[in-house]
Design a protein. Sequence first.
Length: 253
Amino acid sequence: MSYILDIQGVNKTFGGLHALSDIQLKIEAGTTHAIIGPNGAGKSTLLNCCIGKLIPDTGSVTFNGMNMIGKKPHEINHAGMVRVFQTPEIFPDLTLLQNVMIPALAKRDGMFSFNPFKSMSREGVIQQEAMQALHDIGLEKSCDQHAGSISRGDKRRLEVAMGLIQKPSLLLLDEPTAGMARHDTNATIDLLKRLTSDGMTKVIIEHDMHVVFSLADTISVLAQGRIIATGSPEEIRNNPKVKEAYLGESEDE
């Protein structure tokens, strides 16, 4: 069994609050691994420790055999670990096509200082890849529309495309269907299922259990900063500790 992400003994405190306590988590390559938990369980904190936005107090985060602790977010991104944020981080004054092209150019060229608009007009290959990414999420017909004018659900899908064009080996999705109608949610589920056949590993934080049980091969449950259970969807559905953790609490963080 090959693990693409190995988190061992990760602890993170904020003042006297133990946000994460001795996290032990292995993500198998080529699978979809969901992380769920009640409000304030530490799910987003854990992702931020993986992508370099936070540095754990103790422990290790190993991605593709490389230690990620101390690396900057853009270095982790270039290594192949890409996160799609809970709140869409897009360029509202640019078109959808331009939004998708920019991360591809940034990944190829690093911290670029050239005029991206002049460069984009000459980037036929990346433009084609961006159009394909928009096609995959069902937004190719809106490619020339300004990103700020589309719905919140479409903004979420746009950011998924901005992640996909970077061709990550590990895609971290923080509530990818938030704000979507059920039809769009189901379309996103179908898209993420297709990515599995391409061998991409996905870690999903999601409050919608329909999404979790439709996609996840494995589910880990966080409660009060600790992983209380990991298993198949059926094992998690029937786990008494999980039922207790959710009793009377919101699943959203």
